[in-house]
Ligand binder design. Structure first.
Ligand code: FES
Ligand SMILES: [Fe+2]
Length: 341
């Protein structure tokens, strides 16, 4: 709060696959209350290992399953009267009822999110009208390869929206003025449905197989960023930098995001390459710190004045529009967030 101006973008929460947690942070039988997508939700893992994100308010008398709920087999038992809700949102058992109430047998009582678990993360599909997934996220081989390191992770909560933070990748001029890049990179953007690929070229000193740098010889360095919807970006670094980075973004609400970076490196790289790679990771993390105060204090301009050096910002925004669904009229789509006191 504390702002004189309303800095909300007015943009809705985009539909998409969102990484809601690292897999390792949710053990079997764990139950967590989470606030994302502008809603209160419950995330739990069953005894057999299925992770499920679900509407949290018990169909009985409305207790929050994320506050004291307990996993029982493949269901979660409510903390209030122990009704058991399964991963499809149905009432599986009422321990003290002689007869199941009719409404409890007519199908799911609570909304459950389509889930996937890959790249060491738990993903949930968000759609404002609860429609089924319309695209896929990408499996990253390095994230399940034992010859690659454990993830090196970083995270931030930032007062901005997904469209605005994602615009960074195509906003060429800001690399010079915000991040101190020496020259304006060249960027080519390729769009294919929910997939977007940005190839950024800068020239940098030549480097050989052993990591020796030749300052007298400049080469083109390509950095390809791939986006799978609004919630996942992937960067595979090459040459001096032996790392793969997955960035995930999840909307806490329409104007606040959680940004996570996860890096992995091959276990068997030389000390030289390891050092280069660590410097790169440090620099990438540092750059987020440059962006945050800009994002948190800016307004969203729907119709900005753009110039020829700006990079494909308009193209990016047009691509991003596909993630804004028309909200169905008259359907109550979300459980409202608890009022902030
Ligand atoms: S409120 Fe959940 S069992 Fe009664
Ligand atoms: Fe940036």
């Amino acid at each position: 709060m504390g702002h004189e101006h309303d800095l909300s973008s007015g943009l809705p929460i985009p539909l998409g696959w969102y990484a809601v947690a690292y897999s390792k942070d949710l053990e079997p039988k764990d139950v967590q209350a989470v606030s994302i997508f502008g809603q209160e939700l419950v995330l739990f893992r069953t005894e057999s290992g299925q992770a499920q994100l679900m509407e949290p308010y018990c169909p009985h008398l409305g207790a929050h399953l994320g506050h004291g709920g307990k996993v029982v087999g493949e269901a979660i038992a409510c903390p209030f009267h122990a009704w058991e809700i399964d991963t499809a949102g149905g009432v599986q058992k009422i321990p003290y009822a002689k007869n199941m109430p009719k409404r409890a047998t007519e199908g799911p009582c609570l909304h459950t999110f389509p889930m996937q678990e890959l790249n060491q993360m738990i993903w949930a599909w968000y759609h404002p009208n609860k429609e089924a997934p319309s695209f896929d996220i990408q499996e990253v081989a390095e994230f399940s390869d034992p010859s690659w390191s454990e993830l090196d992770t970083y995270e931030w909560e930032i007062n901005t929206c997904l469209q605005e933070s994602g615009e960074n990748a195509v906003d060429i001029a800001h690399f010079v003025y915000v991040h101190g890049t020496h020259e304006m990179p060249q960027a080519t953007v390729t769009l294919d449905g929910a997939h977007r690929s940005t190839d950024m070229v800068t020239s940098s000193p030549a480097i050989d197989e052993d990591g020796n740098i030749d300052m007298t010889k400049m080469e083109d360095m390509h950095l390809v960023t791939q986006n799978f919807g609004p919630g996942m970006a992937l960067q595979v670094f090459a040459r001096a930098f032996k790392t793969v980075m997955m960035a995930t973004m999840v909307p806490i609400d329409a104007d606040r995001i959680k940004l996570r970076f996860a890096f992995t490196k091959p276990n068997d790289i030389s000390e030289q390459f390891n050092m280069f790679t660590d410097v790169l990771i440090e620099e990438i993390v540092r750059q987020v710190g440059h962006d945050i105060p800009i994002w948190e204090n800016k307004i969203y301009r729907d119709n900005p004045i753009l110039c020829d050096g700006d990079g494909p910002i308009a193209k990016y925004r047009k691509w991003f529009k596909q993630f804004y669904a028309e909200e169905d009229e008259g359907q109550t789509t979300t459980t409202p967030l608890r009022a902030v006191k």
